[in-house]
Ligand binder design. Structure first.
Ligand code: FES
Length: 212
């Protein structure tokens, strides 16, 4: 089976690593009761705007490292496989430092998985976002407010008030070119001065989510 399935074509192959993590997910909560009894230091719950699925991820922190990570989701096979892989990545070798865990990108997870079908890339973002939310929750609970990583949007289209987050979302939903993004968001139709910045952002988000 081909490992790299992010090719720009509508392929639906799943790598052996994806199948392994889907059929045997690591660090998943097996019951609601197990989840209730888990003494988490940080909890992250996020939903995917692209598909409406939900991810809940919890961490235990020791010495500023992730000592344990457990999760559950109503997401699809790709969300299960990528969060399973993510939970391994952050707990292997004695646990990842929180600052390093905050830097994990969906592409890092996909690299370890051998790729995901193009239309499933947004599923790998769920675990990644839930992890960041859980770490921020830990920072809040431990009163390390200065370490909270804020994901605020920056306005690029000044007339329609479209932010870089809107561009990011359009790319996550499969837009590849400026024309695709404009069709979804209407960016640059009135405020033409933002077009070069939007094109730069599209390349940046494609690099983050769609190519490796
Ligand atoms: S997580 Fe919703 S489609 Fe994959």
């Amino acid at each position: 089976m081909s490992a790299n399935v992010i090719s720009g074509k509508n392929e639906w192959f799943y790598s052996d690593a994806v199948k392994e993590h889907f059929f045997h997910p690591k660090n998943i909560f097996k019951t609601e009761d197990e989840k209730k009894r888990y003494k988490a230091d940080g909890v992250g719950i996020v939903g995917s705007p692209a598909c409406g699925d939900v991810m809940e991820l919890m961490i235990k922190v020791r010495n500023d490292k992730i000592a344990d990570c457990k999760w559950s989701t109503f997401g699809c096979a790709s969300a299960i496989a990528s969060t399973s892989m993510l939970s391994l990545m952050v707990t292997e070798k004695g646990g990842m430092k929180l600052d390093d865990a905050l830097k994990i990108k969906p592409n890092d997870i996909m690299k370890r998985l051998g790729g995901l079908p193009e239309r499933k890339v947004h599923c790998s973002v769920l675990g990644d976002k839930a992890l960041r939310a859980a770490i921020n929750d830990y920072f809040r609970k431990s009163e390390q407010y200065e370490r909270i990583a804020v994901d605020s949007g920056k306005i690029v289209d000044k007339i329609l008030k479209i932010t870089d987050k809107d561009i990011e979302q359009a790319v996550l939903e499969g837009a590849k070119t400026f024309e695709d993004v404009q069709k979804k968001t209407k960016v640059g139709i009135q405020d033409k001065s933002c077009i070069p910045e939007v094109k730069r952002l599209i390349e940046q988000f494609k690099e983050k989510y769609c190519e490796y």
